[in-house]
Structure formats: C-alpha cells, structure tokens
Design a protein around this ligand. Structure first.
Ligand SMILES: N[C@@H](CCC(=O)N[C@@H](CS)C(=O)NCC(=O)O)C(=O)O
Length: 413
C-alpha cells in the first residue's frame, strides 16, 4: 500500500464510513479517517461547508475533488481498482449492486433509524413509528432471507459493494436489537452476515462483532413515567414498558426530594457548573472547585459501570452514558459529574466521578432505571489521591489516564 487516496471526515465508528473502509481493504488502498472532530462545530465551519455544503459527515476529500454521501464515497473507493469486482462484473451486475445500495438507503436505513435512534437517545420515541419500523425491518429481512436461501452473496459469486452496503446498514440492528429470538427467523441472512463478519477485510475495519444478546429497549426518561417506584432492573434488561407512552408528552413530575430539606450549603452548584463550562478545567475550574466545595453539604462518588466486559463499540458506550444522563434529568439541580469511555472498541470501560447533594444516594437516583448498572462508591474528597483522580476525571486528562485512552465522555451539568 502506498500513500492514502484521501481523507474521510466523520465521528468515530460510523457504519457509513465502514462501507468505504471495507471497500478500501478489498482494493488494498489506504484511506485516512479523521475522527477527532466535534460534531456540530467542525462540520458547520465555512471551510467544511465549502467542500460539503450540507454540512454532514462523512465527507471525503482527495486530490481530484470532494465527495459527500457515504455511498458515493464508497463507490469511489470501490472503483479505484478495476478488477476488484466490487462494483459487479457486467452491466447487469453493476446495476444490481446499485439496486442494493439504493435499497439500503430507502428500505433499511430509515427503519433502522426509527427503531434504534430513540433507544440511543438521538430521536424522540413514538410507539407507532417504532412498531412500523420494526415491521419494515422484518420485511427487508424476510426478503433478504429468501434471496440468500440460494445465494452466498447478493450479486454474483463474490463479495460486492452490495454486500458491504447492506451489511453496514444492518450492523447496528444486529448489535443492538436482533437478539437470538429475532435472528432465528432469518437463518440465511445470519449465515451471510457472519460469513462477511469473519472476512479479514471486514474484521480489519470492524473488529470482532458481538451479536445482540439482550434486545435494547427504549427506556422513557423518568419524568415521562408514573411516579410509582418500581423495582429497577439493570439497564440492558431494561423495562419493557407494557404500555409505552403513545407519544412524547412528558408529564411534569413535581417530586419533593429529601435533598430540598437539607441545611443550606455554601457551595452553589449552578455557579460551579457555569464556572466549569466557561473556564479551563486545569487549573482554573479545579482551583475554584476546591475553594468552594462543601464536603458536608455534598458527597463525592467514584462511579464505575458494572458490565464493562459487555461493552463493544465505544460510540455505543458513549450513547449508554447519554441515555443514563437523560434519565437522571431530575437530579440536575442536585448533582454534577462526568462519565468517561476509556479504551478502544471491544475493550472499553465507563467510569467517572459525581458529586451529589447530601450524604447518601438520593431516592431520585435510585429510581433511575439504569442506576443499578453502576457502582457509586462514596469517597473521601479530602484524600489527595481522590482529589487528583477527581481533577483528572473532570478535565478528561491527566496521569489517571496514562495507561489508557480517553475516547469520549459526557458531563452531567
Ligand atoms: N445520506 C448521508 C447521511 C449523512 C448524515 O445524515 N450524516 C449525519 C451524521 S450520521 C450528519 O452529519 N448530521 C449532521 C447534520 O445534519 O448537521 C450519507 O450516507 O452520507
């Protein structure tokens, strides 16, 4: 392999980018991927918009020009080696490859998004829309299952961009919601999917793919649920609400917390959150924190996710944090903290620090459905070791992370 043929801009682990990277593996070309971008900022700069006017990722830049739309980028990469066969070996095959590429975008992606995005916290939940999306996904799977009864690959006798595209479009469904029961109806598609997943060109890009064991479920934010306290299951086996709300109509739950009855604290949480957001964490915010923190009015916790060994893609771990924080909404007046994803795909951990009003875990937190998936260990904020670790965690950098990579994280503020 010589120099890179160009650069793709995207957030990390984007299945839309994987299409190009797998094609690049087949064609033995190198593609640079720039993922250390801040979504919403980087892709809205005048420089980015000049190249990719819709301001979306992925965007691909090479000597010859710029390309947006992930399928167009993958097409370009697939076409870089004439005899690779990725684009089909005859006009009819070439058209059939395109057929599957368009089919993916029209039949799979919208239904996938409607099913998964509410779970991942990207989109509001609407029961009817999700039911329809699930039906649509089943329809596609049935059609593919019939096609793959007699064929190893979708077009011709070898892997083409059709397989790569359909595979990447189904990937998150296989990881998040196609549990064993769901999969059992589609054995031909499963065989095809696993055949591809085990090819080195796919593995080099996606690593070991872990199929869904427990179907991810949408968990409504606390404020949408009835106040009645239920036994909280762990997140991944999260409540399958018998009667999920038909549509997003959050009911304001006015819950008086025991934290409201505590003696007034000298530490103003809102001021701290504002200061933290507007200043460099080290040394400014850290100095401010220790000058103002009230260890009697607040308690500090080291937080660890209990099922780190089950985490796969780092972006999903980050989404898991996002979902947890969303469901912690009622705590916002009383808590501050950060959870960070460290490591890499298929070997990552979630950990962090929180400060919470009062000296014990409040019922409002215990009520959060995924709270039992985390360990909150109360720590002594005057211990120098704890102090140093807390500072690194809220700065997302420092000696605490010397032996690992901070991939991403979220701040609860
Ligand atoms: N059809 C496009 C979809 C691209 C797309 O929707 N990208 C999203 C992220 S997955 C995006 O950049 N959204 C940012 C925005 O719309 O501002 C493709 O396949 O490339």
């Amino acid at each position: 392999m010589t120099g890179a043929v160009g650069t793709i801009y995207s957030y990390p682990n984007n299945p839309r980018v994987a299409k190009s990277l797998i094609a690049a593996q087949y064609n033995n070309v190198k593609v640079n991927v720039k993922t250390d971008i801040e979504m919403g900022k980087f892709n809205k700069t005048p420089e980015y918009l000049a190249k990719f006017p819709f301001g979306k990722v992925p965007g691909f830049e090479c000597k010859e020009g710029n390309i947006y739309e992930s399928n167009a980028i993958a097409y370009y990469i697939a076409s870089l080696k004439k005899d690779s066969g990725l684009l089909g070996k005859s006009p009819i095959e070439a058209a059939q490859v395109q057929q599957y590429v368009f089919m993916s975008d029209n039949e799979i992606i919208p239904a996938m998004a409607q099913w998964l995005y509410p779970i991942l916290g990207f989109m509001p939940y609407n029961k009817n829309a999700v039911n329809k999306a699930q039906e649509d996904v089943r329809k596609v799977m049935t059609i593919l299952n019939n096609i793959l009864l007699k064929k190893t690959y979708l077009v011709g006798e070898r892997v083409t961009l059709a397989d790569i595209t359909v595979f990447c479009s189904l990937l998150q469904l296989y990881q998040q919601v196609f549990d064993q029961t769901f999969r059992s109806a589609y054995t031909n598609v499963n065989r095809w999917f696993l055949t591809l997943a085990n090819k080195k060109q796919f593995k080099n890009v996606l690593g070991e793919i872990k199929l869904c064991e427990v179907q991810a479920q949408y968990v409504p934010p606390k404020k949408e649920k009835k106040e009645k306290k239920k036994e909280a299951p762990k997140a991944k086996e999260a409540p399958k609400p018998k009667e999920a709300p038909a549509e997003e109509k959050p009911k304001e739950v006015k819950k008086k917390s025991s934290m409201d009855l505590l003696p007034k604290s000298s530490f103003n949480l809102e001021d701290w959150k504002r200061f933290y957001s507007n200043n460099d964490t080290k040394p400014n915010a850290v100095d401010y924190f220790w000058k103002n923190y009230d260890a009697e009015g607040y308690s500090m916790y080291r937080v660890d996710y209990k099922y780190n060994d089950e985490l796969t893609q780092t972006f999903m771990s980050c989404n898991l944090i996002g979902g947890f924080f969303q469901r912690m909404e009622l705590l916002r007046k009383y808590a501050f903290g950060t959870l960070i994803v460290t490591g890499e795909n298929n070997n990552n951990q979630i950990s962090g620090y929180f400060i919470i009003r009062g000296q014990k875990i409040p019922a409002l937190l215990e009520d959060v459905p995924d709270y039992p998936s985390f360990t909150f260990t109360k720590v002594d904020s005057s211990d120098p070791k704890v102090k140093a670790e807390y500072e690194d965690y809220i700065a997302w950098e420092g000696p605490t992370f010397n032996n690992t990579t901070v991939v991403d994280g979220k701040v609860f503020k």
